[in-house]
Design a protein around this ligand. Structure first.
Ligand SMILES: CC(C)(COP(=O)(O)OP(=O)(O)OC[C@H]1O[C@@H](n2cnc3c(N)ncnc32)[C@H](O)[C@@H]1OP(=O)(O)O)[C@@H](O)C(=O)NCCC(=O)NCCS
Length: 170
């Protein structure tokens, strides 16, 4: 199969169905803090009223959204204006095909070249090998472990706190 062509764009409230589909997958739920049975209505509201300073990017194949990345900045906190927080998920049937890397490239460009963020941070379950590999590929390092961070499928699970500090940015 030819390598798919990925395009990146901002999410709109009309993307609620695609978001619901992305977060209906067992792997997408397992890797994030989302709950099973996501609601299209709830996503429509979330997409229509994004928090100030948040950038919700979609990765698309032939105009169909197959993954999402949220980049959250902290404009209300003057001393953390250099920070961005990241969460993402690729639809289960599109994982492992490069969509996550395409989204991360776009988010890193946004953070470095447009928002001037010098610290990006995220949490990832300690057993989520594909995600940890993806983040390391983009320069994230593990800063520590947060124990019993979330409840997942009947048990508490730990996360790694990971961050990417941009060189020469003070
Ligand atoms: C984690 C996730 C975002 C990665 O996106 P993806 O599109 O699957 O990743 P890519 O295909 O771009 O691959 C990125 C890297 O991950 C690693 N990777 C991908 N699939 C893997 C797998 N099954 N096992 C181990 N490593 C894997 C590879 O190192 C790969 O880089 P390389 O191929 O250049 O070496 C995606 O799998 C996902 O959404 N998972 C469920 C939700 C989730 O875990 N979100 C992250 C929350 S912190």
């Amino acid at each position: 199969m030819d390598k798919p062509t990925f395009t990146i764009r901002r999410a709109e409230s009309s993307d609620a169905e695609a978001m619901q589909k992305i977060f209906s997958g067992p792997k997408a739920i397992r890797g994030t803090l989302q709950l099973p049975y996501p609601s299209i209505d709830r996503w429509r509201k979330r997409l229509a009223e994004p928090p100030e300073g948040s950038f919700n990017l979609l990765v698309c194949v032939d105009d169909e959204a197959v993954g999402q990345l949220g980049l959250f900045t902290l404009p209300q906190n003057p001393r953390r204006r250099h920070v961005g927080q990241i969460g993402m998920a690729i639809r289960d049937d599109w994982q492992g095909k490069g969509a996550g890397s395409a989204l991360m490239s776009a988010a890193m460009d946004m953070a470095d070249n447009w928002l001037n963020l010098s610290r990006l941070e995220l949490e990832v379950y300690t057993d989520n090998e594909p995600a940890i590999r993806l983040y390391k590929k983009f320069g994230f390092v593990t800063e520590g472990t947060l124990y019993r961070f979330a409840y997942r499928d009947g048990q508490f699970v730990d996360v790694f706190a990971m961050a990417r500090l941009r060189e020469n940015s003070g």
